[in-house]
Design a protein around this ligand. Structure first.
Ligand code: GAR
Length: 205
């Protein structure tokens, strides 16, 4: 009997890749089913996440972005994702704003994780922004990507407390632990197809 076709994920990363590893682990241990990582792409040649992907025997590609106009670089990324017949694009610490062309190439098929409770603290150093603001809770958000930065429909959020003794590293680590659970769970929800979006609301069906 032939197995049902698995959804093909294309992971984009720029650095450490711990969210990628959490997703890959969830697939290997059977807690995230119905999908496979078809390719891992990076804009940074020596991103540690790339070596982690290679060690797992996954297909990887580097398309260096430094010094390349955004539209030109994104065209290469789109072509790479299309050549691997990607169903869902997973931004996992991909520290580059996507062009409108990229977003339109994969409508409602790009997910991102951000280390804050959006719409609070978009952009860089979200955890430090939360500390500087004096927030008492922080967390992470998995959302669809649209043409505004850190803005698309929210799929799920996880909350953590901010303790008086926290610095950026301590708070980031507490949030990251939640990120590693939240991202596979959000991917599973999207792949299940059991949801509807109404304006900004992601509703389970
Ligand atoms: C994660 O904390 C992720 O939420 C954040 O970068 C880190 C990547 O870590 N992403 C953003 O800030 C995107 N705006 P990782 O490489 O270990 O997954």
């Amino acid at each position: 009997m032939s197995e049902a076709r698995k959804a093909r994920l294309g992971v984009l990363l720029s650095g450490r890749g711990s969210n990628f590893i959490a997703i890959a682990d969830a697939i290997s241990n059977g807690s995230l089913t119905g999908c496979e990582i078809a390719v891992v792409l990076s804009n940074i040649a020596d991103a540690p996440g790339l070596s982690a992907a290679q060690q797992r025997g996954l297909a990887t590609e580097v398309h260096v972005s430094k010094g390349v106009p955004r539209a030109e670089h994104d065209a290469k990324m789109i072509a790479a994702l299309n050549s691997h017949e990607i169903d869902l694009v997973i931004l996992a610490g991909y520290m580059r704003v996507l062009s409108p062309e990229f977003i339109r190439a994969f409508p409602n098929r790009i997910l991102n994780i951000h280390p804050s409770l959006l719409p609070s603290f978009p952009g860089l150093h979200a955890q430090q922004q939360a500390l500087d603001y004096g927030a008492k809770v922080a967390g992470c958000t998995v959302h669809f990507v649209d043409e505004a930065v850190d803005h698309g429909v929210i799929i799920l959020q996880r909350v953590v407390p901010v303790e008086d003794t926290d610095d950026e590293a301590v708070l980031s680590a507490r949030i990251l632990e939640q990120e590693h659970q939240a991202y596979p769970e959000a991917i599973a929800r999207v792949l299940s197809g059991k949801y509807a979006t109404r304006e900004r609301r992601f509703l389970k069906r």
